[in-house]
Design a protein around this ligand. Structure first.
Ligand code: UT7
Length: 337
């Protein structure tokens, strides 16, 4: 007989959360000086006012390190307690070694192994699933799950269609075994649709088109996006994946305490949550201050919700994401902090 939840093994929970964004701000006014755009257009079409971006020489592992060390500290643990590090990112410091290896070294997690997950904007939901299931299976006591991206490293600041959208940031959680009867991760539901690849990608720099003068001249090392196609897919799939995981777990929109969707566009989140019948008071939107930080948006949103007192221990929370690939993700959980 099919079990209700896809989660296997012992119950696990998010034991701590921390985030980090670089101090430098890139405002809509700054972008008005770079490309033919306006604060009004950006705000109306996306909901973004400003985003944080790194200074030259600062990489994804640097942002991840800050969030990771704080998450470990808040968990009451030390880096040596971490068994596995899972980093979701689409902007690794380099193709290899993995960012997980770089983070492991930078934070001194001497007993951990780890790996990266490439799922673009769904990277946090996927990394959370991978890391938490390793703890649930009893392979490790504590997993460090990170979503981090330096999107400014792959953005063409001459392309107004993409440069206004993205920012840099990192979020980290420690996942540990939950005590009996305590809040825990409940279920996950993910899918991919490789047919959507061309709609959002970085065409060059990999094995298909290794970097060359030609690829650089054509700007193929930057993010390319068919915005409208991605927008429509994101609204449709956010609703679809949310319905599927709620139905499987016999819960309705009214049962949810908080809906935390990937922050790509305010209109996507509003539209999907309206279709789902989720009360706006339960929807977290903080894209205004961070833009789309890809793998980091969900932890950044959870962190803001906690700080604003909107997220408390025991709350029923639905995380949803849609990203390049296409990747689609959702995690249903009871908040344990
Ligand atoms: O996280 C990964 C997933 N990514 C997403 O979910 C992003 C999904 N897509 C979107 O959020 C939206 O499609 C965008 C924000 C990217 C674009 O918004 P839109 O309402 O779909 O605009 P559009 O692409 O249809 O463009 C409308 C007009 C065009 O001008 P014309 O052809 O009507 O004269 C664009 O050239 O807006 C123009 N435009 C801009 N104008 C001022 C595009 N970008 C800008 C800009 N400033 N930055």
């Amino acid at each position: 007989m099919r079990r209700t939840s896809r989660c296997a093994g012992r119950p696990v929970y998010i034991r701590s959360l921390a985030t980090y964004v670089p101090p430098r701000l890139l405002t809509n006014a700054d972008l008005e000086k770079l490309v033919d755009t306006t604060d009004e257009w950006i705000l109306q079409r996306t909901g973004i006012r400003e985003r944080h971006i790194v200074d030259p020489g600062v990489a994804t592992s640097d942002l991840a390190k800050e969030a990771a060390l704080e998450a470990i500290r808040r968990a009451g643990l030390t880096p040596d307690d971490i068994g596995v590090i899972v980093v979701g990112t689409v902007t690794p410091d380099m193709l290899f070694p993995s960012t997980a290896c770089l983070v492991q070294h930078k934070i001194g997690a001497h007993r951990a192994w780890g790996f990266d997950i490439s799922a673009a904007c769904s990277a946090f939901t996927y990394a959370l699933t991978a890391g938490s299931q390793l703890v649930a299976a009893g392979c490790h006591e504590h997993a460090l799950v990170i979503g981090a991206d330096v999107m400014s490293s792959i953005i063409d600041y001459k392309d107004r269609a993409t440069c206004v959208l993205f920012g840099d940031g990192a979020g980290a959680v420690v996942v540990s075994a939950a005590a009996a009867g305590e809040p825990c991760l409940i279920d996950f539901e993910h899918e991919i649709d490789g047919g959507g690849g061309p709609a959002l990608c970085m065409p060059a720099g990999g094995s298909l088109r290794p970097p060359s003068h030609e690829t650089i001249d054509q700007g193929l090392h930057y993010v390319k996006q068919d915005g409208q196609a991605v927008f429509k897919f994101a609204v449709r799939k956010t609703e679809e994946i949310a319905r599927r995981i709620m139905e499987r777990n016999h819960i309705s929109a009214d049962d949810l305490d908080l809906f935390v969707s990937h922050q790509a566009n305010r209109r996507i989140i509003m539209s999907a949550s309206e279709k789902l019948g989720i009360d706006p008071s339960k929807v977290v939107i903080n894209i205004e201050r961070f833009g789309n930080t890809t793998a980091a948006t969900i932890p950044l949103a959870l962190n803001d919700a906690m700080n604003e007192g909107r997220l408390k221990k025991g709350d029923l929370v639905l995380l949803c994401s849609v990203g390049a690939g296409f990747t689609v993700g959702s995690v249903l959980l009871r908040w344990g902090i």
